[in-house]
Design a protein around this ligand. Structure first.
Ligand code: AHR
Length: 656
């Protein structure tokens, strides 16, 4: 009933038209600052099962038996033992499958995957395992994908046999092709010659069809959504996981590179972070590690921006001042120096050689490095100063991103910004998860920032409407409005990214998020479409745009309108973004000044994001309820007059 009423109200508001025409003037003849290629980016954070169980294509949970409960995620049939002297030093556990004690019984293992294993009919899945025969020269397993939900029909979706032909550890692979699409299958492994025991380690199952076909690859549909944003920068690997719950569980990039089999498991600090959403099986296999992040950034055309621990423990989960003394943080600084060598060093260097061994002899050409996620108190600038001293001395070309703490303003923010200026950070990362009222007042946020200090990285932001944390349409409109202010201030705002990026519908700890998925499907939110429109129409230089001689920033008297304009020198277009945050339909008249003599703007297109009800949202069952719609436009008499619905976002692309 409530939905119906709000839909009717929204419809009524769309029909009502605000009386006055809003006169916009775009000065095409006076392009301003260059829009940085990094302007609209992505922030990947391993929260909400975004990595293991999400972007990372691995379908087996606890593949190396290293979870604290070693068989978590596995069901044991018959005679299975845990052993701890396996071939991989940092993941020593493995399973031994032996004779079940009776010819009629079975020995085997079943893996439940992450909220089940999603498989598609006719698609290939690569099963791999490290194995050895125990007593005899060969041992055999049967590998199956099973539809455990199927009670009446044959539950086996695909089946294959695999022989271990040696008493030495070896990697074996077999391909499974299920004949049905099932979102919650299980992987079953049975001892096929019951009298011949077998040892199994690093049991893995990947779709063959990963993004770009990489073996240790990423889920294709999810990367395609990322690539479609045309992101200029990719920040990784988090967020709070950079700090961990304590120093031992902080993110350590060196543990995430080299052979996947030997990357040690780390707990994910989001597994028990929220009282009402525990995920005791949320760990980081580090299969998606720094090499894979760099590769992803490269393949989607984004600058990589790794964030490293600043030698500090999370100040939310620990006493804020309970930190290491300054003279103990040198290993953290060395990690930063070594990371630059891993990313950019030539192949004669220790870390550059590892990168080459992993398959990428060319440098990743990393230009930016973030030190610290959300830290505060004077300990943070103290540590950052030490990091900067060593990094600047060895790698002066690297641009360093500092932090302004966890809030958009207030005591810590006001302390940290001048500190970042004093230290000479190149960019300062700002975070804001704020309500509607706040976003409506941010149109001018960056207009008065010091132009001589560090540049801005709006590294985590999202509109959180009180009591409604889903990704409905209204917050997306407010984010689009705020982004006009980013764009107008592109001389100082050099990077931005919404947060968080991904969430599994069955495994989230935080919402709203940009992209939701389950085991087989993925869904762009309204906020995603906003990011994508900005990313695809970022232009190359800012153009002045005014309404009554003022920037259109939702100020008093501007009827809830926000707008910005850019020129795209490559595409030869003028792009005007207009957001109507009010409830009423409004008329706007866009005039172009400063066109070269004899030149006229005659046509173009508009891409509009609207929704009948601002409370609507996309869902996995209805992923396209809200999506951009493109139409062509004609300009008459040197001005373009149009009407924009209440709660709507439009990107006008005028051909020059
Ligand atoms: O994005 C969720 C969390 O918000 C991040 O981990 C942290 O940086 C911020 O507090």
């Amino acid at each position: 009933m409530k939905t119906k009423i709000s839909a009717i109200a929204a419809l009524a508001s769309c029909i009502a038209v605000h009386a006055a025409t809003n006169n916009f003037v775009v000065n095409v003849g006076e392009p301003g600052a260059r829009i940085q290629p990094t302007m609209y980016g992505l922030f990947f954070e391993d929260i909400n099962f975004a990595a293991d169980g999400g972007l990372y294509g691995e379908l087996v949970k606890n593949r190396s038996f290293e979870f604290p409960q070693n068989f978590m995620g596995w069901k044991i049939l018959g005679n299975v033992d845990l052993k701890a002297d396996g071939p991989f030093e940092r993941n020593p556990h493995y399973a031994r499958l032996s004779y079940p004690g009776h010819p009629g019984r079975l020995t085997g293992l079943e893996n439940e995957g992450y909220f089940g294993i999603g498989v598609k009919s006719g698609e290939e899945y690569r099963f791999s395992v490290w194995a050895r025969a125990v007593e005899s020269d060969s041992a055999k397993i049967k590998v199956q994908l099973v539809n455990t939900a199927s009670q009446y029909t044959n539950p086996v979706l695909a089946s294959a046999e695999l022989t271990a032909d040696s008493k030495e550890w070896k990697k074996y692979t077999v391909t499974l092709t299920p004949d049905k699409t099932v979102d919650k299958a299980t992987l079953r492994i049975l001892l096929a010659k019951p009298e011949s025991a077998i040892d199994l380690e690093h049991i893995s199952l990947f779709p063959v069809n990963t993004w770009n076909g990489h073996e240790n690859g990423l889920r294709r549909d999810l990367v395609e959504l990322l690539a479609a944003v045309k992101p200029g920068v990719l920040r990784f690997p988090g967020g709070c996981i950079v700090e961990g719950a304590d120093l031992a569980s902080r993110y350590q990039w060196k543990n995430t590179v080299g052979a996947v089999e030997n990357r040690p498991l780390n707990e994910n600090r989001w597994n028990y972070c929220h009282n009402n959403r525990y995920y005791p099986d949320y760990f980081q296999s580090y299969g998606l590690g720094f090499y894979e992040y760099f590769l992803l950034a490269e393949e989607i055309g984004a600058e990589p921006l790794p964030i490293l621990n600043a030698g500090m423990v999370c100040q939310y989960q620990n006493r804020p001042d309970d930190q290491l003394p300054l003279d103990s943080i040198r290993p953290f600084i060395d990690d930063a120096l070594d990371l630059i060598e891993f990313a950019n060093g030539d192949t004669s260097t220790t870390w550059g050689a590892l990168r080459a061994d992993m398959g990428h002899p060319e440098p990743f050409n990393m230009k930016y490095l973030g030190i610290g996620n959300e830290q505060w108190t004077e300990i943070y600038p103290r540590n950052l100063e030490a990091f900067m001293k060593y990094i600047r001395a060895k790698y002066p070309e690297i641009k360093i991103v500092g932090s302004s703490g966890p809030k958009s303003d207030g005591k810590d923010f006001d302390y940290l910004w001048p500190e970042m200026t004093r230290l000479g950070a190149d960019l300062v990362d700002e975070h804001y998860y704020r309500p509607e009222e706040w976003f409506l007042k941010q149109g001018n946020r960056y207009d008065d920032y010091d132009r001589k200090g560090p540049k801005v990285f709006a590294g985590e932001y999202a509109c959180h409407i009180k009591g409604k944390k889903e990704n409905h349409f209204r917050p997306a409109i407010l984010e689009a409005a705020m982004m006009t202010g980013f764009e107008r201030n592109a001389d100082i705002v050099h990077m931005t990214s919404y947060a968080p990026l991904f969430a599994h519908v069955e495994g989230w700890q935080w919402r709203p998020d940009l992209i939701w998925f389950d085991n087989l499907r993925s869904m762009p939110t309204s906020s995603y479409h906003v990011q994508k429109l900005y990313g695809n129409y970022k232009g190359t230089r800012i153009l002045p745009l005014t309404m009554n001689d003022s920037p259109v920033s939702g100020a008093d008297g501007q009827n809830g309108l926000f707008a910005s304009a850019v020129i795209d020198d490559d595409a030869n277009t003028v792009i005007v973004k207009v957001v109507n945050t009010g409830n009423e339909k409004q008329e706007i008249d866009i005039k172009f000044n400063g066109l070269e003599k004899g030149r006229k703007i005659l046509h173009g297109k508009v891409i509009s994001l609207t929704s009948v009800d601002p409370g609507d949202e996309n869902t996995l069952d209805n992923p396209n309820r809200i999506k951009p719609v493109t139409s062509s436009i004609e300009v008459k008499d040197e001005s373009y007059i149009t009407r924009v619905d209440g709660n709507s976002f439009h990107v006008y692309v005028f051909d020059l």
